[in-house]
Design a protein around this ligand. Sequence first.
Ligand SMILES: NC(=O)c1ccc[n+]([C@@H]2O[C@H](COP(=O)([O-])OP(=O)(O)OC[C@H]3O[C@@H](n4cnc5c(N)ncnc54)[C@H](OP(=O)(O)O)[C@@H]3O)[C@@H](O)[C@H]2O)c1
Length: 167
Amino acid sequence: LGAFHQVAQAEVLINATNGTGSLAALEAAGEAALEGKILLDIANPLDFSQGMPPTLSVKDTDSLAEQIQRRFPALKVVKTLNTMNVMLMVNPGNLQNGDHTVFVSGDDAAARAAVKGYLQSWFGWREDRILDLGALETARGTEMLLPLWLRLFGVFGNAPFQFKVVS
Ligand SMILES: NC(=O)c1ccc[n+]([C@@H]2O[C@H](COP(=O)([O-])OP(=O)(O)OC[C@H]3O[C@@H](n4cnc5c(N)ncnc54)[C@H](OP(=O)(O)O)[C@@H]3O)[C@@H](O)[C@H]2O)c1
C-alpha cells in the first residue's frame, strides 16, 4: 500500500531497481498507480546468477524496457542513462564538460521529449549530447552496451568514463 501511494503521487517514475526485480517491483506498485506516468528506466537486465561478469537476461530480440512496456501498457517507458555510472548520470559535467552521450529510447514521442527536458533541467545534460534513438526497440542496443561497459570498467576501474558518439 505504501508503494502504491508513493508511486500514485509521483509525476514521473524512475526505475532504479535491478533488472531481474523490475517487473516485480512495478507489480508491487500496482497498475492503477502507474497509469499515464512516464517511467524513466535506467535499469539493466544483468544476471549475476552465474558469477562475474554478469550476462544479459534478455537481449537481441527483446529488452527489459520492452518487457516493462508490454506488461504495463499504461506506462510511457523511456530508456535512458543506463549506459553510464550513476555519478555521471546526474553530474555529466564531471567528465569532459559533459561532452559525452546519453541515449533516449521510447515509443511515445512526447514522453521522449519530456525526458530530454528532464535530462537538461534536472541533471545538466547538454542538449546536443542527448541522442534520441527513437522507438523503444532501440533500447535493445543500449542495454546490449552493458557487456562492453563492464569490460571498460575492467580497464578504467572507478575512474569516470563514458560513451561519446560523433558523426
Ligand atoms: N549503479 C550504477 O552506477 C548504475 C549505472 C547504470 C545503470 N544502473 C542500473 O540501475 C539499477 C539500480 O542500480 P544499483 O546499483 O542501485 O543496484 P542495486 O544496488 O542492486 O539496487 C537495486 C535496488 O532494487 C531494489 N529491488 C530489487 N527488486 C525489487 C522488488 N521486487 N521490489 C522493490 N525493490 C526491488 C533493491 O531493493 P532491496 O535492497 O530491498 O533488495 C535495491 O534497492 C540497476 O538496474 C542497474 O543496472 C546502475
